[in-house]
Structures are given as C-alpha cells and as structure tokens.
Design a protein around this ligand. Sequence first.
Ligand SMILES: Cc1cc2nc3c(=O)[nH]c(=O)nc-3n(C[C@H](O)[C@H](O)[C@H](O)COP(=O)(O)O)c2cc1C
Length: 187
Amino acid sequence: MNIIGISGSPTRDGNNEKMIEMALAVAEDRGFEVDRIFLSERTVSPCTACDGCKNKKECTIEDDMAEIYPLLEDADGIIVASPVYFGCMTAQLKALLDRTRVLRRQGFLLSGKVGGAIAVGGSRNGGQEKTVQAIHDWMHIQGMIVVGDNNHFGGIVQVPAESDEVGMQTVRGTIDKICDVLGMIKQ
Ligand SMILES: Cc1cc2nc3c(=O)[nH]c(=O)nc-3n(C[C@H](O)[C@H](O)[C@H](O)COP(=O)(O)O)c2cc1C
C-alpha cells in the first residue's frame, strides 16, 4: 500500500517538509510504500473556474498538476501538511486542492482514501486547528476517510518543528492512525 505526503510550504527543506519526511519514515517502517509532493519544487496555478473539468472531464491548465494527479490517484493514504498563513493553509496548497475538482468530476477518484492533516505555525495558538480543519474539509468533500492523531485532530506543530516534542507526537499519531485504518480496511 502506498501513502503520499504533501507539503504546502514554499520553503525548501522547511518545517513542513521535515514533518512530512518524519511521517513517511514512520509509514515506511510499517511496510508502506511512500512518495512525496513538495510544493516548494512544483508549480501549481490556481483554478480558473473554466469548467473544463465539468464539460470535458479534464483540467485545461498545463502545469505540474499533470504529474501530481496520478500520484494522488495511486495513493491509498494521503497526509497533507501546511504552514499556517493568516490562520489558514497556504495559497500554494489551496491551489493544489482546488485543482483536484477534476478528480471529483471523473467519478470521485479520491473517495475511500485515508487522509490526515498537519499544520505548522509560528505561534502556539496561531491557527493550526483551523488549518487542519480546512484540509479535512477538502478530504470530506472528496469522500475520503478522515482521521486525527488518535487523540485530537491531527498534527499540531509550532516552529521550530524539530524542537516541538508534543507537536511531533501528534504527527506520529496521525500517520500511525492512517496506517492503522489502512490495515483495517484493506485486508
Ligand atoms: C504570510 C505568512 C503568514 C503567517 N501567518 C501565520 C499565522 O497566522 N499563524 C502562525 O502561527 N504562523 C504564521 N506564519 C508563520 C508560518 O506558519 C511558519 O513560518 C511556517 O509554518 C514555517 O513552515 P515552513 O518552514 O515549512 O515554511 C505566517 C508566515 C507567513 C510567511
């Protein structure tokens, strides 16, 4: 089984990429295949509401989403991390999530995948829970099976992430829960 990690940060090797790498290492240890999409190294433009996905069932924008769509379709589990920007996810991540409308139009291709979320903020109460909830909203609208960290809502982290022991535990809890649920439903 395959788990994909998405970082919505524009910062190469930043806190969000580190949290995704940590989560994917846990999943690998548990026998899952893993892959990653780092938006620091991809170009994804915002949806223009051209309705190509509605009328022709295809996205008309030519950019890195062409490589990202098959990665999402092939995944059994998806863990998404975002920096908190003004209390919500980054514009880069929102662009990617909006562009998956075509997968919904093609027959809910993300439905049944298991998803969890991580939010990293500069402040302790900087909007991490709201950001996690916004990512969960996308997962629900795609028909995914949404999990938390087996305690609360998911990965809630303050920078510097690698010093936030409690935050890292919520990231480990989230990826463990994704792996546990995949083990239950894919037997
Ligand atoms: C435009 C902008 C807005 C931000 N807004 C918030 C915020 O509302 N709450 C917060 O806790 N941190 C905020 N931050 C800090 C980022 O969340 C933090 O630097 C980021 O999670 C670091 O992750 P990265 O190293 O992966 O980029 C903001 C940073 C930027 C650049």
